[in-house]
Design a protein around this ligand. Structure first.
Ligand code: GN1
Ligand code: MG
Length: 380
């Protein structure tokens, strides 16, 4: 990964409406896609921080569309939070800092797109959840995020990555990668490929339910990894949801499924000891409670029916994306060691199996919470 020299960052920083002087900037190591810097400024003798981020154009082919979505989404969130009287609204949703000419991004001489956010302070993010309370917070935060965006005015948001969660398309991409085998790696992943292909009979479940009109399209986050929730240092409460580039029309299941994938196992996404990878029911129960409480105003019984299944589907889908990228020679996800994408794929498949084994019990938990929440909603 290119690490920008300070002079370049100074030039970038000078384009934005920041009334301070850059002291230093650090590369943030979280995330597989964009390049993020936490930059410290002196402003009138007060030290404060901003986030500068370079959009990955290889992944987001239309950065202007991404930024159009982002402006609409963050403005709406801020307006609603302030309207609800929220304390510290700029810690609860991202705030975009515009350029001097009022644009939400700056294009540098190399044609790269940069944007700047107010840095949310006194928070941290974790790669995996440690307690049921944290899983609850993740469910609540992403649920509230969907609820706040349910009345976003204006036209449909841009699809920043078309067919992003379309498992059928991801499956086809895997099949093509195996056929073409551009890095001669398919042989190294024989077992994983076989396993992935054997899952074909159920991969269209949600696509078909949507096509039948059973489950609706909504505005969703689409990258609800646990590390995209910022937790308050002191209270442990979820303050802010970040990584909004894939906020676009989608099914709520893709959000909930990715929450299951990233909060219920005690392990990281690339754990090599597969015996440690498992879906833990107490974490799931708290996650589901947080999510359902926040979304009960709109969540339909048909949507509820697929919540446990969503965990299996999304974990599988991300698994085959890692596998495809491994076969293609690591062209999409940033890797930090040999076979990293294959390790990530194996972890996803192990977790997917664990979810599948417990899926019925998980759905029972969902049903109980949902009927409780529904009766509370009627009573209130
Ligand atoms: C990528 O950048 P990051 O780490 O938040 C990916 C997600 C995957 C995730 C797997 C735009 O997210 O879809 O679930 O890696 N984002 C994109 O860790 O492809
Ligand atoms: Mg992301």
């Amino acid at each position: 990964m290119a690490v920008y020299p300070k002079e370049h960052l100074i030039r970038v920083s000078q384009q934005f409406r920041i009334y301070g002087q850059l002291l230093h900037a650090e590369l943030c190591k979280i995330g597989h896609i964009n390049e993020t810097y936490t930059a410290t400024y002196d402003q009138g003798g007060v030290v404060l921080r901003y986030i500068h981020q370079k959009i990955n154009k290889n992944v987001f082919r239309d950065p202007v569309a991404v930024m159009n979505n982002l402006i609409r989404v963050t403005t709406h969130l801020q307006r609603k939070l302030r309207g609800n009287g929220a304390y510290q609204a700029t810690r609860r949703a991202l705030t975009i800092v515009p350029t001097h000419d009022g644009k939400p991004f700056y294009v540098d001489e190399g044609g790269d797109y940069w944007r700047t956010f107010v840095c949310v302070e006194r928070v941290h993010s974790l790669e995996s959840a440690e307690t049921p309370a944290q899983a609850y917070e993740a469910g609540r935060a992403f649920g509230e995020f969907q609820a706040l965006l349910a009345d976003l005015p204006g036209e449909r948001l841009h699809e920043t990555i078309p067919h992003f969660h379309n498992t059928r398309k991801r499956f086809q991409q895997l099949v093509r990668a195996v056929e073409e085998d551009p890095a001669s790696r398919a042989i190294l992943a024989k077992k994983e490929i076989e396993f992935a292909l054997a899952q074909e009979p159920w991969i269209d479940t949600l696509l078909e339910a949507h096509a039948r009109g059973e489950i609706p399209e909504r505005i969703t986050h689409n990258d609800t990894k646990f590390n995209n929730v910022l937790l308050d240092w002191e209270t442990g409460q979820a303050m802010c949801v970040v990584d909004l580039d894939t906020v676009m029309p989608g099914l709520i299941h893709y959000d909930f499924g990715d929450m299951i994938r990233t909060t219920t196992s005690p392990t990281m996404e690339d754990e090599r000891d597969l015996s440690r990878v498992r879906m833990r029911m107490p974490m799931f129960e708290s996650l589901a409670r947080g999510y359902i409480e926040a979304t009960r105003a709109f969540l339909t019984p048909a949507e509820k029916k697929y919540l446990a299944f969503a965990g299996r589907l999304v974990t599988y889908t991300i698994g085959i994306r890692f596998l495809t990228d491994f076969i293609q020679g690591d062209v999409y996800f940033r890797v930090h060691r040999p076979n990293h994408n294959l390790d990530r794929c194996r972890t996803q498949f192990a977790l997917m199996r664990s979810i599948q084994e417990q899926e019925e019990a998980m759905q029972k938990v969902v049903d109980e919470i949902y009927s409780g929440a529904a009766s509370r909603a009627v009573a209130s």
